[in-house]
Design a protein around this ligand. Structure first.
Ligand code: EPZ
Length: 429
């Protein structure tokens, strides 16, 4: 299994191109199930999760082709991918596939809307929390689907099609917002989704659906209105830059010091995180073509954060910010409100010398003068990259094991960091 070796201590200087967002690309790919036309997605990142979802969609009958630029010599660069679900050959998403990636559960929305039926395995628990699917089930029932759960599968049926309705999410959920918005595009009449997620990925999906002929308004606000149409067509759509990758590298620069331009990043997608990075002592300049992050000389200041749905501080940057805070000049408090078990990085950061104590949903981080390299491993994507951030500032060698987690969500991480002067290499076995 591949590992990443880091020798800490170097500043980061240079520029890092920001890839297309994984969490935007996945629902956009799933939207291809809504039409027999071709959905062309541009700026699709080359990531293990994207490959896995491509396989899952293939199982339902989706054909895909890649119009890669520079495809032959560096296939890792952003690609333009065509997805065509001309004939849906199977409306079942089996356990073996869904259990490997939770987002694949989201096929339930387009399948029941277009085909009148879907049989999708329950995704099960995962490392960061229980992650139930009650909101998907309640929401699809509100649109007229009949749903039962049997032998670990959710069976959804709407033989005469879905019907528009008003649904109030009792809790903000990105995935359930994606699914109900997609399902409602093909429902008869109007659907009003209240307390919807406002994440930029929801807006990106709504824009794509509208390009396909849907009538969605209000995405990015808590109330999304969808007027159903009979069919959708193909379209071409651009995947937004990855705000979590952007924030991760901004925090890495704040950690090591230096001066880096995050090319193609869009500040408005992560203002809360950038403000925290500024409070921690880095200078953040919002450019037309990206974001410049600098920290020279001054130490890292402690900053308290609490994760919240967008536009609050994202849970997907909590681990990375904790990595940064391990070297702050004082105590910070990091509170996780989205997932109940998203602190697996705490134990591993401690292996590098961090001082962190947990009190319920809050981690109390007492910054230390120095971290020391060690072998570490993590059980999820964002936790793994927090260890990379800490490793960049630790004395000596840090080896991050199980980097398949990183490959799920960070494109060419070692290349991007070493291009800015870090000593980071992949050890392949
Ligand atoms: C999306 O997951 C992201 N995944 C996650 O990123 C991200 O952490 C999360 O949103 C929150 O921002 C993708 O976009 C592929 P939720 P999702 O439904 O949609 C509860 C990463 O590292 N809930 O918004 O699954 C749930 O348990 C990943 O890239 C219910 O109670 O998250 C959680 O507490 C990890 N019932 C809260 O809502 C439901 O039916 C928010 O989860 C659904 C969710």
């Amino acid at each position: 299994m591949d590992r990443i070796r880091i020798v800490g201590g170097n500043e980061l200087n240079g520029s890092i191109p920001i890839s297309g967002a994984k969490n935007a690309a996945l629902p956009l790919m799933i939207a291809s199930l809504l039409t027999d036309g071709t959905l062309t997605l541009d700026n699709v990142p080359h990531l293990a999760d994207v490959e896995q979802l491509t396989r899952i969609l293939g199982n339902h009958g989706v054909d895909y082709s890649v119009n890669g630029r520079r495809e032959a010599q560096d296939s890792a660069y952003a690609r333009t991918v065509n997805f065509t679900a001309k004939n849906i050959v199977d409306t079942t998403a089996p356990y073996e596939l869904v259990s490997r990636m939770r987002a694949s559960f989201w096929v339930i929305g387009p399948l029941v809307a277009r085909m009148g039926e879907a049989r999708v395995s329950l995704p099960g628990g995962c490392a960061i929390g229980t992650r139930p699917v009650n909101l998907f089930i309640d929401g699809l029932r509100a649109l007229g689907a009949e749903i039962d759960i049997e032998q670990g599968y959710v069976n959804a049926r709407a033989p005469r099609g879905l019907v528009g309705n008003r649904y109030v999410f009792p809790k903000v959920s990105v995935g359930a917002t994606h699914v109900l918005m997609m399902a409602a595009t093909l429902a008869r009449g109007q659907t009003v989704l209240e307390n919807a997620a406002r994440e930029p990925e929801v807006v990106n999906l709504a824009e794509c659906l509208n390009a396909m002929g849907a009538r969605v308004s209000g995405a990015g606000t808590p109330t999304i209105v969808v007027d159903g149409v009979a069919t959708l067509s193909g379209a071409t759509h651009h995947v937004i830059p990855d705000r979590i990758e952007t924030g991760t590298y901004a925090m890495a620069v704040a950690m090591t010091g230096g001066d880096v331009i995050l090319e193609g990043a869009r500040a408005e997608l992560l203002e809360a995180a950038l403000e925290a990075v500024e409070q921690a002592g880095a200078e953040v300049t919002r450019l037309n073509s990206g974001i410049r992050v600098r920290r020279n000389g001054a130490g890292i200041r402690p900053v308290d954060i609490t994760t919240e749905p967008f536009p609050g501080f994202p849970t997907d940057l909590q681990a990375q910010f904790m990595g940064l805070m391990t070297r702050a000049g004082g105590r910070s408090r990091i509170t996780e409100t989205i997932f109940e078990n998203r602190f697996m990085h705490v134990q591993e950061l401690a292996r590098l010398g961090a001082k962190i104590t947990l009190s319920g949903q809050t981690a109390i981080v007492d910054g230390v003068e120095r971290l020391r390299g060690a072998p570490v491993m993590a059980t999820d994507l964002r936790a793994s990259v927090s260890l990379v951030i800490a490793g960049l500032a630790a004395e000596g060698e840090t080896v991050v094991n199980r980097i398949y987690h990183l490959d799920r969500g960070f494109e060419r991480l070692e290349e991007k960091l070493s291009g800015c002067g870090a000593v980071v290499e992949r050890l392949s076995e």
